[in-house]
Design a protein around this ligand. Structure first.
Ligand SMILES: C[S@@+](CC[C@H](N)C(=O)[O-])C[C@H]1O[C@@H](n2cnc3c(N)ncnc32)[C@H](O)[C@@H]1O
Length: 275
C-alpha cells in the first residue's frame, strides 16, 4: 500500500534540509539530465511539427516541487516566464536567495495549485511527484493548468528503490522499511485514466556510491528521502546497523557501496482539442 503523507510534516522535513540539500543532490542532478534530454526530444519533435526555429519553446513554465531552485536557470532557457512551486517554505527561501528573485516562487501543495486553467505551456517536475497522496488527481490537476498542446514532463521514484539497503533492512526487521512506491505501470495506468493520449516513458536505475554505510544513510537523510508518511520511521538500532554494515560489504565494488534508485521519466502531451 502507498504511503499517505502528512503534508505539513513533509514541508517541515524538506525545509530543514534546504541548506545542505544541494551538496547531496547528485541523484537529482542526474535525474534532471535524463529528464531534460527526454523533454528536449519531445519539444524538438513538437517544434519540428510547427516548423519553428525559436529556441524558447514555451511562454510560461512551471517547476513543480522546485526545491532550492537548482533547475531554475536551466528551465528559464526553455521559457520566457518561470514559476517555481514548493510546499516547503525553507526550500523556497533558499531558492529566492540563490536565484535572487522572490517573484518567481510560490508556496503551494502540488495537488491544489493556485493557478487558473490553461496557465502553462510546460509543467516540469524533477523527483517531487512521489510525494503525492493521489497521483491520478495530481495528473488531472496538472492537465487542468496546462494549455492544450502543452507538455508535462516529470521524473519520480519508483518501486524497488533504495536498494540494496531496503532489502537488508527488511531482512533484519522482517517488514518493509521504506515507503512503498508505484511502478512504471501504475503511473502509465493513471496517465491513461487521466485521458493523456501521447505519453513517452522510460525507467532507469540511477546509483549513488559511498565509502561506508554512515555516509550512505546521511545522503538519504540530507535530501529528505527518509521521511515516512504518517507512520513512525523504524529507527536504526546498533544491532541492525552492525548487521547492515556487514551485509552491505557483499555489494562493495571498486566505486564503493551502491545505493540504487529506480526512477521513472515521463513526457505527456495535453490533448489539443483542435487536432
Ligand atoms: C527531492 S526534492 C526535489 C527538488 C528539485 N525538484 C530538484 O530537482 O532538486 C522534492 C521537493 O518536492 C517538494 N514537495 C514535496 N511534497 C510536495 C507537495 N505536496 N507540493 C509541492 N511540493 C512538494 C519538497 O518540499 C522538495 O522540495
Amino acid at each position: 500500500m502507498l504511503a499517505e503523507y502528512n503534508k505539513s510534516a513533509v514541508a517541515d522535513r524538506f525545509s530543514r534540509c534546504a541548506e545542505r540539500y544541494q551538496q547531496h543532490a547528485d541523484l537529482q542532478s542526474e535525474s534532471a539530465n535524463i529528464l531534460g534530454a527526454l523533454l528536449r526530444e519531445r519539444l524538438l519533435y513538437k517544434q519540428g511539427e510547427q516548423q519553428s526555429k525559436q529556441t524558447q519553446i514555451a511562454n510560461c513554465i512551471l517547476d513543480l516541487g522546485c526545491g532550492p531552485g537548482i533547475q531554475g536557470p536551466r528551465l528559464r532557457s526553455f521559457a520566457a516566464q518561470y514559476v517555481g512551486v514548493d510546499i516547503a517554505s525553507g526550500m523556497l527561501a533558499k531558492a529566492v536567495r540563490t536565484n535572487a528573485d522572490s517573484n518567481l516562487y510560490i508556496q503551494a501543495d502540488m495537488e491544489n495549485l493556485p493557478f487558473t486553467t490553461n496557465s502553462f505551456d510546460l509543467v516540469y517536475s524533477n523527483l517531487a511527484v512521489q510525494w503525492s497522496n493521489n497521483p491520478l488527481q495530481l495528473l488531472q490537476e496538472l492537465q487542468r493548468i496546462t494549455k492544450p498542446g502543452g507538455v508535462i514532463a516529470f521524473s519520480t521514484v519508483l518501486n524497488d528503490s533504495l536498494q540494496p539497503l531496503a532489502r537488508l533492512r527488511s531482512g533484519f526487521l522482517n517488514r518493509t522499511a521504506v515507503n512503498e512506491q508505484p511502478t512504471l505501470r501504475d503511473w502509465l495506468a493513471w496517465c491513461k485514466l487521466a485521458g493523456f493520449q501521447s505519453v513517452i516513458s522510460e525507467e532507469r536505475t540511477v546509483s549513488g556510491w559511498f565509502q561506508n554505510v554512515a555516509s550512505l544513510l546521511r545522503s538519504i537523510s540530507a535530501i529528505g528521502a527518509d521521511h515516512q508518511g504518517n507512520k513512525q520511521a523504524p529507527k536504526l538500532g546498533v544491532a541492525e546497523y552492525t548487521a547492515i554494515c556487514k551485509g552491505y560489504e557483499h555489494y562493495r565494488t571498486s566505486q564503493g557501496l551502491p545505493l540504487n534508485y529506480q526512477l521513472g521519466f515521463f513526457a505527456l502531451e495535453v490533448n489539443d482539442a483542435s487536432c
